[in-house]
Unconditional design. Structure first.
Length: 317
């Protein structure tokens, strides 16, 4: 959960690129063009509104977790930072470098880079776990030919929840080893940042709101490219594609999302091309909706450039 681990991502980007190449070879370039052309002013407006709600929900979740870890950040500042991070995630390899960036900047601002980075990592992890749980519920409740993949989605969520529960209940070692210190840090983070009473209900609610907005954005993209599936049949496809999109194995967000969309739409009888077009429209919609993050990024750079530089002290003697 530290920046060195997150930043070693060339192979992850290669995985995303390989999946993207495979999708292009399978479906051709037409679905990519159709996905971009499908976006009109109304679709972009819906995407912008949904992105705003998503960003506020994520910022609130970050605020709650960071407060528990002693590196509190106000919600307005968190919203601006999340917009900047989301924009960077959509244009940089790996899909998480923007989050590393916001963690580092916040850590420097509060003088505690380690806890600040961990707060971002835990905030992201909590959101992913809630998204996995909701995906399992949707796949189980709504009839879908994709129910066979429920174990693939459920097992990671159960493993993460079980690991967190075991670490949280682990007693403190009076003479901890290096591994023991790491586990103690994880345990303290979970207890203070996630499981504390004033944090976990808000974290769950914020994660549910963010997931609902991501799903709604995917539905908007699907309707824009002409997918006419009933909502009850489209939702299982949406949650499965979004689970794949959350994997840090992409090329600026591209790769696993399009691969899963091609496979799941084909399995549902809609056609791989429709799935790819929907995923492309979703990706383009998210990029446009997060353009406020570019404004935040440029203003941050201007403030940094205008900050007074320390004057070197020249020794005389």
């Amino acid at each position: 959960m530290t920046s060195p681990t997150w930043s070693r991502m060339p192979w992850r980007s290669l995985v995303g690129a390989a999946v993207l190449v495979a999708v292009v070879r399978q479906t051709g370039s037409a679905p990519f063009v159709a996905g971009v052309r499908a976006l009109d002013a109304t679709t972009l407006a819906w995407g912008t509104v949904l992105a705003l709600v998503t960003t506020v929900a994520g910022a609130w979740r970050w605020h709650l977790v960071a407060r528990g870890l002693g590196v509190e950040i106000g919600v307005p500042a968190a919203v601006a930072s999340c917009y900047r991070a989301q924009f960077l995630n959509t244009v940089l390899p790996g899909g998480i470098l923007g989050d590393v960036h916001r963690g580092v900047l916040h850590g420097r601002a509060v003088g505690a880079t380690g806890p600040a980075l961990r707060a971002v990592a835990w905030e992201r992890t909590a959101g992913q776990v809630v998204q996995l749980v909701l995906a399992v519920v949707v796949l189980l409740v709504l009839p879908s030919p994709l129910q066979q993949v429920v174990p693939v989605v459920a097992v990671p969520a159960l493993v993460i929840l079980l690991a967190v529960a075991l670490v949280a209940r682990r007693p403190r070692d009076p003479r901890p080893s290096r591994t023991g210190r790491l586990l103690a840090t994880v345990r303290d983070d979970v207890r203070c940042g996630l499981l504390v009473r004033r944090a976990w209900p808000g974290v769950v609610v914020a994660s549910c709101v963010a997931t609902a907005c991501h799903v709604a954005t995917f539905v908007v993209a699907a309707r824009a490219v002409g997918v006419t599936l009933p909502l009850a049949e489209l939702l299982p496809l949406a949650v499965l594609v979004l689970v794949a999109a959350g994997l840090p194995l992409n090329l600026a967000g591209w790769g696993p999302r399009e691969g899963m969309a091609a496979w799941s739409f084909a399995a549902a009888g809609v056609g791989a091309a429709q799935g790819v077009a929907t995923a492309v429209a979703y990706g383009a919609l998210v990029l446009v909706a997060n353009l406020p993050g570019l404004v935040v990024l440029l203003s941050t750079r201007e403030r940094a450039a205008g900050a007074p530089r320390p004057v070197p002290v020249v020794s005389r003697g």
